[in-house]
Ligand binder design. Structure first.
Ligand code: HEC
Length: 134
């Protein structure tokens, strides 16, 4: 009985995992921003994991709005409203407007966790730095 604290911790983790699942996924934990060798925010290391966590349910095979967010090419190609990203212009990029709920459609839809500020800041910075395939 040396590790009598463990079952409680395991149960707490299970409950929080179930809660997140019930809310439709999308973590609100602080993120680690991964940079490329030039010091720019990495698409593969930072942006794609955010999109996988929050957007995969509808922008993988389902391509809601004609938008596939599970690859660099998909993000750059955009959806039925046109490009999701304008390199160098985070403010004007549809994806940023959507997650900041400034532009329609607001994303992710209401019942899912909104993106935390550090996630939005990382996406903004990646776009500001040229939206590279890094
Ligand atoms: C539960 C499903 C769902 C999730 C999760 C979701 N979306 Fe969407 N998304 C939609 C639907 C449905 C549309 C089409 C709505 C419309 O055209 O008005 C859409 C459309 C969009 C569009 C507009 C595409 C275009 O060109 O018209 C953007 C941008 C977008 N989503 C970004 C995101 C991002 C970024 C995430 C993750 C942070 C996300 N979405 C998560 C369902 C979802």
């Amino acid at each position: 009985m040396r590790s009598h604290g463990t079952p409680g911790v395991t149960a707490a983790l299970l409950v929080s995992t179930l809660l997140v699942a019930a809310c439709g996924g999308g973590s609100t934990e602080p993120i680690t921003v991964v940079k490329d060798s030039a010091g720019a925010v990495s698409f593969t290391g930072t942006v794609l994991p955010i999109l996988r966590d929050h957007c995969k349910r509808c922008h993988d095979e389902d391509r809601k709005g004609g938008l596939y967010l599970m690859s660099y090419d998909g993000v750059r190609k955009g959806g039925k409203r046109g490009p999701a990203v304008i390199a160098g212009d985070p403010e004007g990029s549809q994806i940023v407007g959507s997650v900041e709920k400034r532009k329609e459609p607001h994303m992710p839809p209401r019942v899912f966790s909104a993106l935390t500020e550090d996630r939005i800041a990382a996406i903004r910075q990646w776009i500001a730095e040229g939206a590279k395939n890094n």
